[in-house]
Design a protein around this ligand. Sequence first.
Ligand SMILES: [Zn+2]
Length: 629
Amino acid sequence: MKSRIKVLSAAVMLLAAHQATAGDTKNQAAIDRALGVIQQNSSTFKLSTASSSSAKGLGIASDALPTNTTSGDQFKAKDVIVDRDGTEHVRFNRFYNGMPVIGGDTVVHSYHGQLKHASLSQTAPINLTQGTTGAGITAGDAKANITAATAKSIAVKNFGGTVKEVLTPKLVVFARNIKPTLAYQVSVSGEESSLTNSAQKSPKLSLLYIAANSGALIGRDEQIQHMSAPPTTPPSTTPASVVATTGTGKTLLIGNVTLDIGKSTDALSQTTTYYLIDPSRGNGQVKDAKNVAPPTTTTGYDNLTKSASSFSKSTNTFGSGTTSDRASAATDIAYGVAKTWDFYKTLDRKGIFNDGKGVTTYAHIGTNYFNAFWQDYTKSMYYGDGNSANGTTAVVALDVAGHEMSHGVNSATAGLAYDKDAGGLNEGNSDIMGTLVEFYSATTAHPANYLIGEDLYTTKTNADGTPKAMRYMFKPSLDNFPIQLSDGTTTNFGSFDCLPAGGFANPKILQLKPGAYNVSSIDAYDPHNTSGVANHFFYLVTEGAVVPTGFTSKLTAKDLVCNGDTTVKGIGRDKVAKIWYKALTQYFTSGTTYAQARTATLNAATDLYGATSDEYKTVAAAWSAVSVN
Ligand SMILES: [Zn+2]
């Protein structure tokens, strides 16, 4: 791994406003009750004070913008969850004068129409007329001082890579962690600039938010927005009459495994063909991307979808255990996808979108590409082959599948953003769920642990004899990656053990030694670094301040906590999985901060175990031990 910044990037997730899981009458009644709760608690939900403003229900979310652009706050339901005791959790996206409100999403928690909690990160009502003067484009009562063309050029300058495609800017209200501001949302895609030159660039699809008054860059998401032109679901290439059967996968990383696969028998010739399709898990399938480079435009993804091929055979054994057979890596992936599906089933979730449908996964993306990513434009996962010359293997380990699919679960639920604290929680969520999948699967050839990506290196130990991994959940700063700065000093571009004062609210730009790297500066608050705080919390709440095997010569219990409290005792993975999943799906919103994540997980612990329970107290102690108070 030459360039740390490329590792396991979530890269490309879009706010696709997925179809809510159930649009039945029962859900509609819950949505109507929640809208009533918003109306009754207008200051809690930061409703704008415009006389015409009201909590207008827009029904179950679709990909389209609301056609009713009456002024005021409008809400579209994204998800409805009803607890056994009748408590309702209804998640909404917010719109204002027909514009999406980025960071205005909210969850209404109510019981019999009475507010229990409000989850939101919007801090003030929208009041766009204030301070917006001058000539420019108008949208409703809001005025923009800079043109869309100016916003576009500012976005291109701030992209941080080679630009391949810029979509037409559109006006939105940006309300994530700042005072709601009229902004242009500009979708820019291309290739990421990495620290060092590498054979294969990573794709980058960013949404940049440019303040319509000042032209300042006020936010960004590493994802692509297609709300106005939603992607059509790729035509299913599942051959007709494929039925469930079992087969053998000869994997690259974990030996031979039994796989649930599909078969179809030709009526005329009576010949049977086997496919890496899993009818018992919603017809998810693994395809061969044929080493097409990671696309840098939406058209590129469309073309890849068409050019990829299914893995099919006349026998039910796929792969050979080596890279000489292209199906080998695909069987590692198929196994990881199945175990991830089964793990989420224990939490009552049926697939990434909770709709019972499997997704398509692509093996062999790019050439020697050492990364894997989830892409919500195609609702698919992509896995690279790694580069044996650099000491890396195909990026198909079990915890990687769990990691990438969990980016999809986040985008279907909380929609945690990809910057500031929320970016760290987003990456942390994927590492946490990936680790839980690893433990759940109990795969002998892939012993579960609190390391991320430990299978991806051909050398298994560090110089000091400790196991080598991309990330270490119990002591995130062990992922030491020294970089040289312009002032001649060296610093660690790595993960955070503890939340710094003030959190990760603003980027921390490091100026690099001139000529030493491919880029002149880098943000120390990359989500793969800020996730350290969430990963660290997860380890402590699960296992307590106990140094894991293999690290006892290097670390003490005191090294595992930020506040000296080595008395933190773990409550175990099963309970933590339930608490974290409930927080993610019911209490987190797109702009959740670390402090709000503490409250959210405590709310979840209260719901599940009570406010005086050991579970509640341990969640609180574990957050305190990573400086989140
Ligand atoms: Zn990730």
